[in-house]
Write a protein of this length. Structure first.
Length: 162
């Protein structure tokens, strides 16, 4: 059985483009997580993105009428859920790590895009992901300050001399 297109051939430029894109996308998101001290840092993020890219590239490289590359995608989604579930913890009545688990899910989606050859889309979505992670945190801190200010205004209205 001949392989019509082999994205895993290091002699092809496509191999190196996919490899570099997976490392870049995983590294950018991983850097943001590393700087915040989160569970999945640079190495983990790169490996998730790269590993997913490799599995999806491998699955899509087989030819023939009985081959279904979407089965690999389905298994990636299922398997990455297990990995993401490992970073979710309950601590003092609060659930933490849900954002890290969601980032792991996005990293696998980016790796899947790269594995299927959608490199530009993966780069754009990487920038959007980092923008969401940083932008929403800034918005949350503004809301936190407004809420604290509202509490202080309410306390100022109470006359404690009575």
């Amino acid at each position: 059985m001949a392989i019509p297109f082999d994205p895993l051939d290091p002699g092809r430029a496509e191999f190196w483009l996919r490899l570099g894109t997976a490392i870049l996308c995983g590294g950018i998101i991983g850097l943001e997580r590393q700087l915040r001290g989160k569970a999945a840092g640079i190495r983990t993020s790169i490996l998730i993105c790269l590993g997913t890219q490799l599995f999806v590239s491998l699955g899509s490289s087989f030819g023939g009428e009985r081959v279904d590359p979407t089965r690999v995608l389905g298994q990636v989604v299922t398997g990455i859920g297990f990995l993401g579930g490992g970073v979710i913890l309950s601590k003092e009545g609060a659930v933490i790590g849900v954002t890290s688990a969601a980032v792991i899910w996005v990293l696998a989606a980016l790796g899947s895009l790269i594995g299927l050859g959608h490199l530009l889309a993966a780069l754009v979505l990487t920038v959007a992901t980092v923008g969401l992670l940083t932008g929403v945190e800034l918005l949350e801190s503004v809301f936190r300050r407004l809420r604290e200010g509202a509490t202080e205004r309410e306390l100022d209205r109470i006359d404690l001399r009575e």
